[in-house]
Design a protein around this ligand. Structure first.
Ligand code: PLP
Ligand code: CA
Length: 300
């Protein structure tokens, strides 16, 4: 707990931060890029971290893309990252099931969501049902047969599904009625920003399944520590030497703080200096910067 967040605005503050941490977790939109444009000096900052041999992990709540699909987004901005450096909520959900629940690989997973979730589950060796299966696109009425419930399904993973319909929700409920079937949410964000619009997030779909079943899922996105547990299952790092960089207080900064990491808030996304100033001391980030690139600019 501290009274003030330290601003990255001098050589001492930038070099001090760089020396104190060996693992950097990054939120993406609002930190590295904003919508379609890369933020200033992000390339140089990431190159600086690499030259200092820091471990970098990009943490996103976006469940619609697998790590494989997300690397294309980085490449579009000229950012070189490997699949191993990306940690999305679809992957976190798959890691959670395989490592923490230790769901045997001969159990299947029912997916209420898109291909990113299916892709990550398949890569970890699980067979999936539901998801992008076109069979689920049909309309539902009182005469509709419900699907045959497969007794080999051991878990439901729910995330953003832009094709959500009543049939998908009805099918998902048939699995969740069995309390032995694990219920995992990729993330429970109420909304997300897209091209200047605000759209219903994964949480709005997960809530439908939670309401119908009377169950609460384990959430694998920021700020849930389910995400942190999944990251730690794959990457070894010392939390006291790690820092979470983000643009949002109630997801990124809470995620880092609850995990025992230092935090760096950048003001290129959601939050403002006024919002930061009005925070209770125990909720202040460790550091803040006008933009991520200041870390590079002030380190020289
Ligand atoms: N969910 C979806 C579907 C998104 O597209 C996004 C951002 O693009 C998010 C969640 C939030 O992701 P992040 O954690 O990277 O801000
Ligand atoms: Ca963000």
């Amino acid at each position: 707990t501290q009274i003030m967040a330290t601003k990255i605005e001098s050589k001492a503050s930038a070099v001090g931060l760089l020396a104190a941490y060996d693992t950097f977790l990054f939120d993406c939109d609002g930190v590295l890029w904003l919508g379609d444009h890369l933020l200033p000096h992000v390339i140089e900052t990431l190159e600086l971290l690499r030259s200092l041999k820091k471990k970098v992990i990009f943490v996103t709540n976006n469940s619609t893309k697998s790590r494989r699909q997300y690397t294309a987004k980085f490449a579009k901005f000229g950012l070189n990252v490997t699949e191993e450096e990306i940690f999305g909520s679809a992957y976190a959900s798959a890691v959670y099931l395989s490592t923490i629940v230790a769901l045997p690989k001969d159990r299947k997973v029912w997916v209420l969501g898109q291909s990113g979730i299916e892709d990550e589950l398949h890569q970890l060796g699980y067979e999936t049902l539901g998801g992008s299966d076109p069979e689920l696109d049909r309309e539902f009425n009182s005469e509709s047969p419900l699907l045959n419930v497969d007794p080999n399904v051991g878990a439901v993973v729910a995330g953003l599904d832009i094709k959500v319909n009543y049939y998908r929700l009805a099918a998902t409920l048939q699995y969740l009625r069995d309390p032995k079937v694990e219920f995992v949410a990729t993330n429970i964000d109420s909304t997300y920003p897209q091209k200047g619009r605000v759209l219903p997030g994964a949480g709005s779909i997960v809530e439908s399944a939670a309401c119908a079943s009377g169950r609460q899922p384990v959430a694998c996105g920021k700020p849930s520590q389910g995400m942190m547990a999944a990251i730690k299952a794959i990457h070894q790092f010392d939390p006291s030497k790690a820092i979470m960089v983000g643009d949002r207080l109630n997801t990124d900064m809470k995620f880092g703080r609850d995990g025992g990491l230092a935090t760096l808030l950048v003001l290129t996304g959601i939050e403002t200096k006024e919002g930061l100033d009005s925070l209770a001391p125990n909720l202040k980030p460790t550091f803040y910067a006008e933009k991520l690139g200041d870390l590079y600019l002030h380190s020289k």
